[in-house]
Every structure is written in structure tokens, then in C-alpha cells.
Design a protein. Structure first.
Length: 144
């Protein structure tokens, strides 16, 4: 499991993610009404995986986010897999990947210069959007 560093303006990851260890990344966006599920993508394209790893490996943990600056809603989740085992998991305030859940609080996070945020990479991914329930299982969204 990946460890985090809690010092301000320090790398988020004490141990960097290793590209050759990761074969897929599941991203579940913030869920509104659980009855309708959340959009999700499972990233398997090697170049897309590499871009996400580069972004997370460059991440620097910042100050705690004041409550007034938090979005209201369910978190988004980014899970990194090696075979079928989760080796790293990150949770963000709604879909704002500049605000990460860490050690019981939300903190600002910055990524390396010129790198896209995890949410931008999710949006640009060619992976198919699948609707998932609160446990990450595929579901069919009800029709109104």
C-alpha cells in the first residue's frame, strides 16, 4: 500500500507509483443521487496509465482546506491496481482533484508544472464510461 507524507509542500507519495506495477486504474466520479450511480472509467491504455502515474508522482500536499472552500457532495475515487489488488487509492472533494482527502481532512494538492490534473486526464481518457453503484459495481441507470 502507498504511504502519504503529511508535511506541507512535500511530495504526496513517500513511495512513488511504479508504472510496471500498475495494469489498470479505476476512476469513479462524484455521485449525486446513489439511485442513478456515478460515471466511472477503467483506464487500461498504457499511455493513459503513465500520464496518471506521472501526475500522482509529482503531487505535492499543501495546507488543510477551510470548510468554506469545500464542495458539497460525494467524493471521487481513483484506485490503482496491480492484477486484482488495489495498491493505491485516492479520494478527492467531489471532482475537484486539487483537493485531496488525507489523514482525516481535505488538503490542497498541486501537480507538476505542465501536467494535467487527474480529473482532466479522466475527462480526456478514451476509456468507456460505465455507470457504477456506491460499491463500484456496474449498474444500469434508471430511465425517467
Amino acid at each position: 500500500m502507498i504511504l502519504f507524507v503529511g508535511c506541507s509542500d512535500k511530495l504526496l507519495l513517500k513511495e512513488q507509483l511504479v508504472y510496471s506495477d500498475i495494469d489498470r486504474i479505476q476512476i469513479v466520479t462524484a455521485m449525486g443521487n446513489p439511485e442513478y450511480g456515478a460515471d466511472s472509467k477503467t483506464i487500461t491504455d498504457p499511455e493513459e496509465i503513465k500520464s496518471l502515474i506521472d501526475t500522482f508522482n509529482s503531487a505535492k500536499l499543501g495546507k488543510k482546506v477551510p470548510e468554506d472552500d469545500l464542495g458539497i457532495g460525494m467524493p471521487s475515487k481513483y484506485s490503482f491496481y496491480s492484477d486484482s489488488k488495489v495498491i493505491a487509492k485516492f479520494q478527492f472533494n467531489v471532482n475537484d482533484t486539487n483537493v485531496i482527502w488525507y489523514n482525516g481532512d481535505y488538503h490542497y494538492v498541486e501537480y507538476g508544472k505542465g501536467l494535467k490534473t487527474p480529473y482532466e486526464l479522466y475527462k480526456n481518457s478514451t476509456a468507456e464510461i460505465v455507470v457504477v453503484d456506491e460499491k463500484g459495481n456496474e449498474m444500469t441507470r434508471p430511465v425517467d
